[in-house]
Structures are given as structure tokens and as C-alpha cells.
Design a protein around this ligand. Structure first.
Ligand code: ATP
Ligand code: MG
Length: 369
């Protein structure tokens, strides 16, 4: 078995360099002047999916074959040992490692002096998958956003164009219909852009809550009135037993964000669920008490295998007419309040979305908990 030779310790920190190398977030492989691997940290083993003995004490070209995307042997191409003595290393490069793994590889050549004999080659290794996945992800987001913005914009541009060019040829009724469509597409755009901004804040962890006292019962009652006025079906607000007996605790929360949370849940219930919607507000456990809200509908419900997925951004099931951002925003806002949201089944077999919000204490008061 090959033994890992200890590197000298750093006098300033009194910590051996190999222990420090273990703390590195990246994989590190050190190759000697004889092209034999002298040191490997644990992260390198993880990235390569190799055991220490596969690498340590073995010639680097054999034990750690690297190729570029065209399949050229990277060691032959760069050749730190016989290449130009002025070379100091390599910037990050995407290479293919053993087992066809994608790796982000950097190299630093340690010489006795500038342009002198090569003593060691330090190779940095990173798993390229996570970064590639993130890049693919943001490319998908961009494509989806562009697509979502284009549909309403095309309709706004098309109808205004027709109206301007052939104003006299349309009847009043036709004009009214076109302007109504323009208005509804414009408000869809405004909402979409608002959601996208919220999402970018959520993703960047930059969502700042503007907290104040919130009477959730009052907030939900206003939704009931609005829902009735829009004649979208029936929406009932119920108070749970404990809420009736002990009252609904006042929350210290961001009213606008909670407004949007329940707007999205109620909109989903009427759009995807259908039938009658019941919102139940109950006092939750804990001291001080939090609240729990169920939004139940009488539709077909959400399949058990989709119950996590519905909260993903841009997930909209088979319905291609909606964007799939609503629940992503809901979860982001609820979690920003240290709450939770999940979906299960309502008594009628429809969907039951449950939001739990903990009691929170205004920042300016001493912590009572
Ligand atoms: N109450 C519900 N009953 C059945 N399915 C639901 C319900 N609520 C959400 N879903 C499913 O979850 C998907 C995601 O919902 P979400 O609110 O995130 O997006 P959306 O409603 O499709 O679009 P957006 O809210 O951005 O306009 C919906 O498309 C639907 O398939
Ligand atoms: Mg929705």
C-alpha cells in the first residue's frame, strides 16, 4: 500500500499542509518531478470516484488520464515536465477524466525558481456536473421566460396594429373585444414580470420582508369578498375550533406577500381544482401560537407523485396555458416567514394546500420565547 507522504507544516498556523489541503473545497492532486502522484485529498477522491490506492504512488498519466473534449490526451498536450520552462500552470479547463466524468481542471507548476526545474505539479479538480446543471437550468429559465413574455406581447402588438390601421373598419363591439384582450394581456405581463422579479430575489436570497401586524382573518375575508364579486364560484371561510374559542393570533408578517400567497392558492383552487373552495383558518400549537390555513377544493386533486413537484418553478403539469410560477412564489414567501406549505388531499378528494406560519415577534420587542 502506498503511503501518503506528509507535506511540511505551515509554521504560521502550526497546521500540517496536508490537513489544510483536506479543508480545501476543491480536489487537489500533487504530482512530483518524476510524474508520480505524491498527494491526494479526499475531495479529489470524491470528484474522481477513486480510492487513494488507485492514485497514490502511481504515474499520473496512467492513474489520472485526462482528455479534452476532442479526445486528445491532456498530459501529452500540456506536458508540464518537458514543456516550456516559463509556463506557470493552466487556467480552468473542462476535461474528461477517468470513467468519462466531466471535470474542471486547473494546474499550477511549482518550480525551484522562475523558469527553473519543475518540482511539483498541483492539479485542482472540480466536479463539472453541478455547474453544468446550473448553467443548463438558467438557460431553461431564460428560454421559458422569453417564451412566456412573447405570447402576450405578440397579442398586444398585433391588436394595437390592427386597431391603428383599420380603426374605421371595425365595429364598436369588435374594438371593445380587442381592447379588452390587450388589457388582459398587459396585466398578465405586469404580473409575470412581478413574479419573475420576486423569483430572482428569492433565488438570490435577497427577499426583504416588510413586516407589520397582520390580521389574517381580515386578509382572508377580503379574498372571499373579492372572489364573490368576480363570480368565479363559491369560496367559504371557516374558523377552526381553537381559533373560535381562543381567537386568531395576530401575525408579525409581510401583509403584501401573504396577500399574494393566498391569492395564488385560491386562484389555483378555482382554476385547477374547480368547484367549491373552503379556506379554514386555525390556531396552531406553540407558545406563542402560530396559525395554520387550509385551502381545500373539490377538484381532482394533485397526484401523490406530483405533490413536491408542483412547487417547482415552471412546473404546470399537463396544462400548458399557465406558467407554473405561482406555487414556487408561494413556497418562497412562506419559507421567508419561517413557515411551511404542502399539499395533500381534501375531504372531497380534491387538493388541500396547507400553510403554517409561526408566531413571530417584532424585532423591536425582547424575545419572549
Ligand atoms: N388546487 C389544485 N388542484 C389541482 N392541481 C393544482 C392545484 N394547484 C396547483 N395545481 C397544479 O400545480 C401546477 C403548478 O401550479 P402553479 O400555481 O405553480 O402554476 P400555474 O397555476 O400553472 O401558473 P401560474 O400560477 O404561474 O399562473 C398547476 O399547473 C396545476 O397542474
Ligand atoms: Mg397558479
Amino acid at each position: 500500500m502506498a503511503h501518503q507522504r506528509s507535506l511540511p507544516s505551515d509554521a504560521a498556523t502550526a497546521m500540517p499542509v496536508d490537513a489544510m489541503a483536506e479543508l480545501l473545497p476543491d480536489g487537489l492532486v500533487v504530482v512530483g518531478a518524476d510524474q508520480v502522484i505524491r498527494f491526494v485529498n479526499t475531495e479529489a477522491l470524491r470528484v474522481l470516484g477513486a480510492a487513494r490506492d488507485d492514485l497514490l504512488g502511481r504515474p499520473v498519466r496512467e492513474a489520472l488520464p485526462l482528455a479534452d473534449k476532442a479526445g486528445h490526451d491532456w498530459w501529452a498536450h500540456t506536458d508540464p515536465w518537458d514543456g516550456l520552462p516559463t509556463r506557470t500552470g493552466h487556467r480552468e479547463k473542462l476535461l474528461v477524466g477517468p470513467d468519462g466524468r466531466d471535470l474542471l481542471v486547473t494546474a499550477r507548476y511549482a518550480r525551484t525558481e522562475r523558469g527553473g526545474r519543475l518540482e511539483r505539479v498541483l492539479v485542482g479538480l472540480r466536479d463539472a456536473q453541478a455547474r453544468q446543471r446550473a448553467e443548463r437550468d438558467s438557460a431553461t429559465v431564460l428560454a421559458t421566460v422569453a417564451h412566456e413574455l412573447r405570447a402576450p406581447l405578440t397579442s398586444v402588438a398585433g391588436f394595437t396594429n390592427s386597431l391603428l390601421r383599420r380603426w374605421d373598419r371595425f365595429t364598436d363591439e369588435q374594438k371593445r373585444l380587442m381592447i379588452e384582450t390587450i388589457q388582459s394581456d398587459a396585466s398578465r405581463l405586469t404580473r409575470l414580470i412581478g413574479e419573475l422579479l420576486d423569483i430572482s430575489r428569492l433565488d438570490a436570497d435577497r427577499l426583504a420582508l416588510r413586516r407589520g401586524p397582520v390580521d389574517l382573518e381580515d386578509l382572508l375575508r377580503r379574498h372571499v369578498v373579492r372572489h364573490e364579486l368576480s363570480r368565479k364560484g363559491q369560496l367559504t371561510l371557516r374558523l377552526g375550533r381553537r381559533a373560535r374559542e381562543e381567537g386568531v393570533p395576530e401575525l408579525w408578517a409581510d401583509a403584501d406577500r401573504l396577500e399574494q400567497v393566498f391569492f395564488n392558492l385560491i386562484e389555483n383552487a378555482s382554476l385547477h381544482g374547480g368547484g367549491n373552495i373552503t379556506v379554514t383558518l386555525e390556531r396552531d400549537g406553540g407558545e406563542p401560537a402560530g396559525v395554520v390555513v387550509h385551502v381545500d377544493d373539490t377538484g381532482d386533486g394533485v397526484l401523490p407523485e406530483d405533490r413536491e413537484r408542483v412547487f417547482d418553478r415552471f412546473w404546470h403539469g399537463a396544462d400548458t396555458t399557465t406558467t407554473g410560477l405561482g406555487l414556487y412564489v408561494v413556497r418562497g414567501f412562506v419559507e421567508a416567514h419561517d413557515g411551511t406549505v404542502s399539499v395533500g388531499e381534501s375531504d372531497s378528494g380534491g387538493a388541500r394546500f396547507t400553510v403554517r406560519l409561526p408566531a413571530s415577534i417584532p424585532d423591536f420587542l425582547p424575545d419572549r420565547a
